[in-house]
Design a protein around this ligand. Structure first.
Ligand code: DX5
Ligand code: ZN
Length: 224
C-alpha cells in the first residue's frame, strides 16, 4: 500500500486542525513536517513546539523531515515532541550512521534524505541502519517547486538498493509531486509520497487526497 504524507508546509496554519482532520479522514497515513533552519535551506519553518502541540490533534504517523545543519543537536527534541519518523539529510552531518543508530535507539524510525545533487550510492554503506530513504525531487526549502525529472531514475536506483540490502526500508519521495507524475514515481518503486501544494493548494485537501489516491487504485504498490 502506497502511503501519502501530506506536507503541512503548504497548509493554512490558521486552520491547521481542520486541515489535519481533512487529510486524515481522507486516508492519508503520515503527516509530513518540514523543519527548516534558514541555514541548510534558505527558509525557516518550525521547531519542536509545533510538533508537540499538533501531536494532540492526531494519532497519524508524524514524519519529521529535518532540513537543518547539525541535525544531531535536535533529534532528541523532535522525538520528545512526538515525531515517529525522524529524517535528516546526509549532506548535513559527517556521522550519518551514528545518528541513524541514535534515532532508532530513541524509539523513532530513522530516515535519511538526499538532495538532487547527491547520488543514491552515498547511502549504500548506511542503508542497513535506515528505516526510510527520502529522495528529494526538488531542492529543499520551499513548497510548490517543479519536479526534477532525474528523480524518477534515482527512485529506481534507491528501490534496487533497498530490495538488495534492506527490504523493510521505506522509500519516500518529496517535492513537486501531483497528478501528472504520481503514478510514474510509484511505478519506479516509491511507497511513501509527500505532497504539499497538490493537496493543500486547491481548497479542499480531503478531496485532493481522494482524487490522488484514485489515480493509484490500479497501480502496483511496492514495499509497503
Ligand atoms: C521542500 C519540502 C517538501 C515540500 C513539498 O523542501 O521538503 O516537503 O513541502 O511541497 P510540494 O509538494 O508543494 O513540492
Ligand atoms: Zn519534506
Amino acid at each position: 500500500m502506497v502511503k501519502f504524507a501530506p506536507s503541512l508546509l503548504s497548509a493554512d496554519f490558521a486552520r491547521i486542525a481542520q486541515e489535519i482532520a481533512a487529510v486524515a479522514a481522507a486516508g492519508a497515513q503520515y503527516l509530513h513536517f518540514d523543519v527548516m533552519d534558514g541555514r541548510f535551506v534558505p527558509n525557516i519553518t518550525w521547531g519542536p513546539k509545533i510538533v508537540a502541540d499538533l501531536r494532540k490533534l492526531s494519532t497519524r504517523t508524524f514524519d519529521a523531515h529535518l532540513m537543518i545543519v547539525e541535525p544531531e543537536r535536535y533529534v532528541d527534541e523532535f522525538r520528545a515532541a512526538g515525531a515517529d519518523i525522524i529524517t535528516f539529510h546526509v549532506e548535513a552531518t559527517p556521522h550519518a550512521q551514528r545518528l541513524l543508530t541514535h534515532i532508532r535507539a530513541s524509539g523513532a524510525k530513522a530516515g535519511i534524505a538526499i538532495c538532487p545533487q547527491t547520488p543514491v550510492a552515498m547511502l549504500r554503506d548506511v542503508i542497513e541502519d535506515c528505516d526510510l530513504v527520502l529522495v528529494m525531487s526538488v531542492n529543499p526549502g520551499f513548497g510548490g517547486q517543479r519536479f526534477i525529472p532525474r528523480a524518477v531514475e534515482k527512485v529506481r536506483e534507491a528501490r534496487a538498493l533497498i530490495d538488495a540490502m534492506q527490504p523493510a526500508c521505506e522509500l519516500e519521495v518529496d517535492g513537486g509531486i501531483g497528478e501528472a507524475n504520481l503514478r510514474a514515481i510509484v511505478d519506479a518503486g516509491a511507497n511513501v509520497i509527500v505532497m504539499g501544494s497538490s493537496i493543500f493548494g486547491a481548497g479542499d485537501p480531503g478531496a485532493a487526497v481522494r482524487r490522488l489516491r484514485a489515480l493509484l487504485d490500479d497501480a502496483v504498490s511496492h514495499g509497503a
